[in-house]
Design a protein. Structure first.
Length: 363
């Protein structure tokens, strides 16, 4: 099909009211009844891998594996046969495999202008998962905070009663029992304090250099594991500083790295353990229902046995641990601190490689 004659200059400059579509994470095109593109938003530009100038004026159905389906939808919209139409299709991309998308064709109040919105199905699935995890994390935090407060008061009473009892009894054997009560009460008090820590600590904002954060964590890890562990640094030094809480980010990365080292104990003993810190700039990324032009992408990768399948979907839940004696709070605190920076933590794990990815918006 021949492309309709249409000047690309009639794109963004002639339709300033469409500029707000650039703020959306979804892929949006405004097209004429004949399929000519009047406007393409930034998300669509990134998805197709070509410039807006190239897209605008082109024949939009040609970007699909079955262009006639969209043409039929546009003709139907132009003939007022429906207000909105939805269907699934495959979107072609430059130098990439086609991706499945959910297409929404909607009429506008202006004759000859139709909005075509594309929702990548994998992106929709990811957004649903992020929302579900965020809701679950919030519910967990509220539950844990309430439980911690409920435990805290009687815990002090138990410890005080044990101390008074110890003063009244003379048998050394019996005093050992009171010492057990006191020590366990102290241990539980420490656990409660750690559960409440993210809610108590002020968010101290300053300029953060992510590589200073990584180097601090690296020095702490090397001090604890001086032999048998290779720490690889793969930094993109062009990453700018950003506003954040340096200590919170150090704690987040340290918790992830320390968990990795705990999983690497056998490889450390064998002398072939490897922990990698990698930083990159991600462009045009969407997380937390919001699209960001630039984001920090920090990977903490280890060559350990991987996360057990039984807990893989629950690793960020409080009190879930993959090792004996673990508190199950390290990743929960890391997730809380990163979320306070409007960021996200993702994890991919298979035997021999576990990759924790931290995404934080950049200015």
């Amino acid at each position: 099909m021949n492309k309709p004659a249409f000047s690309a200059s009639a794109g963004t400059s002639s339709f300033p009211r469409f500029q707000s579509f650039d703020l959306l994470a979804t892929l949006v095109a405004v097209v004429r009844n004949d399929g000519a593109v009047l406007f393409a938003n930034a998300a669509l530009e990134d998805a197709l891998g070509t410039s807006r100038r190239t897209i605008e004026g082109s024949h939009f159905p040609d970007n699909f594996t079955e262009p006639h389906v969209l043409m039929n939808a546009l003709e139907g919209a132009g003939g007022n046969e429906f207000a909105a139409l939805r269907y699934d299709a495959w979107l072609k991309r430059l130098n990439h495999e086609p991706v499945p998308v959910h297409v929404i064709v909607t009429q506008t109040e202006s004759p000859g202008q139709i909005i075509v919105e594309l929702l990548p199905l994998e992106q929709q699935t990811r957004q649903d998962r992020e929302e579900r995890l965020a809701d679950q994390a919030q519910a967990n935090k509220e539950l844990i905070r309430n439980l911690a407060h409920e435990i805290k008061n009687p815990l002090g009473g138990i410890r005080g009663a044990a101390q008074l009892l110890e003063m009244e009894i003379e048998s050394r054997g019996l005093k050992e029992y009171t010492q057990v009560i006191i020590h366990e009460a102290d241990r539980l008090q420490t656990l409660v304090d750690r559960l409440l820590a993210p809610h108590r600590r002020p968010h101290l904002v300053g300029d953060v250099n992510i590589h200073e954060v990584c180097e601090r964590v690296r020095s702490l890890i090397m001090a604890e594991f001086p032999r048998g562990l290779l720490v690889v640094r793969d930094y993109d030094t062009s990453i700018p500083e950003f506003r954040g809480d340096r200590e919170q980010l150090i704690q987040s990365v340290l918790n992830i790295a320390h968990n990795a080292c705990q999983a690497l104990v056998e490889r450390i003993a064998a002398g072939d353990a490897c922990l990698t810190f990698s930083t990159r700039v991600a462009r045009g990324v969407t997380f937390g229902k919001q699209r960001y032009r630039l984001a920090l992408e920090l990977h903490v990768i280890d060559n350990g046995p991987g996360i057990p399948e039984s807990i893989k979907d629950r690793i960020f839940y409080p009190l879930v641990s993959g090792r004996e004696g673990g508190s199950g709070l390290g990743l929960t605190l890391a997730q809380t601190f990163v979320q306070q920076h409007h960021g996200l933590i993702e994890c991919e794990s298979v035997p021999g490689r576990t990759d924790f990815k931290l995404l934080i918006p950049l200015p």
